[in-house]
Design a protein around this ligand. Structure first.
Ligand SMILES: O=C(O)CCC(=O)C(=O)O
Length: 274
């Protein structure tokens, strides 16, 4: 039997990166994913969604139907490589566990390709508004970590994420996504927010660079003002002791197979670490 001696798919996170995540609720992870793997992920993404990302026919009830990006969900659980390999890599689970600072196993929750086209070119090219993930989720506890991975060269103006550092300590700030144009911005609702939780600077990223963020940190992404699409892969994790609150959620197919008040014990949410 031969043993693979290829490069690791993702690198370990450092103590400094863990400290930054705990302090700010997010962290930048330069060179997180192996460059060759990222090139394969980009090629696979384009073969699924077309060169522009707009060729993918949204699957109702599966992919997210909104105006922020062209969405292709659940690659890992559908066995699509190389996404599955990366999403289920124990080392990425170890990183999520370190960010959470609890000795609890980590499940994969969901993943997606998020293609933000140049602003105004399709109906799915809006800026991602300020929001926390937590108020939109069906989890009874914190600890949901998202890795946002740039699949190619990405100047900030292509729509890389920005974060209100420290906002994960402010609790749940409301359901701020999918609201109407007349609804107040979260900064109007909480006038102290900008001073207490400064917005991170625009960030240029390269292929394989990532950010990781807590579901409680407020974040956004501007419109893509370049003339090529933004190709990003997002993979999310939860502590294995997270319980389902019973709140309906977008992964419609599995809800009959989960029990309210019990963990997400289901093949769609495999424990990947340890
Ligand atoms: O990619 C984006 O525009 C936003 C992504 C996001 O909100 C998230 O990963 O939680």
């Amino acid at each position: 039997m031969t043993t693979s001696v290829g490069p690791p798919l993702v690198r370990d996170v450092t103590d400094e990166e863990v400290a930054a995540y705990v302090r700010d609720g997010w962290v930048s992870l330069p060179g997180f994913v192996d460059k060759d793997l990222v090139a394969e992920m980009l090629a696979a993404s384009k073969s699924l969604m077309g060169e522009s990302g707009a060729d993918w026919e949204l699957r109702p009830g599966v992919d997210i139907d909104f105006d922020l990006w062209h969405d292709r969900h659940f690659l890992a659980r559908e066995g699509i490589e190389p996404f599955r390999n990366l999403a289920y890599a124990p080392r990425i689970g170890h990183a999520a566990q370190r960010f959470n600072q609890r000795d609890v196993a980590i499940r994969h929750y969901q993943d997606m390709i998020a293609v933000k086209p140049p602003a105004g070119t399709t109906s799915r090219s809006k800026a991602t508004p300020f929001h926390q993930d937590f108020p939109n989720r069906q989890f009874d506890r914190v600890g949901n970590v998202s890795f946002w991975i740039a699949l190619e060269e990405m100047p900030a103006e292509r729509g890389t994420m920005r974060f209100c550092s420290g906002s994960h300590r402010e609790g749940s700030l409301g359901h701020n996504i999918g609201r109407g144009p007349d609804d107040p911005d979260v900064h109007e609702v909480y006038p102290w927010l900008a001073e207490r939780c400064p917005l991170s600077e625009p960030r240029d990223m390269g292929p394989g660079d990532a950010t990781a963020h807590s579901s409680l940190v407020l974040h956004c992404a501007p419109e893509n003002t370049t003339d090529v699409p933004r190709w990003v892969y997002i993979s999310m994790y939860i502590p294995a002791d997270t319980l389902w609150t019973g709140q309906p959620f977008s992964d419609a197919g599995v809800q009959g197979e989960l029990v309210k008040g019990q963990p997400f014990d289901h093949p769609n949410y495999p424990v990947i670490y340890p």
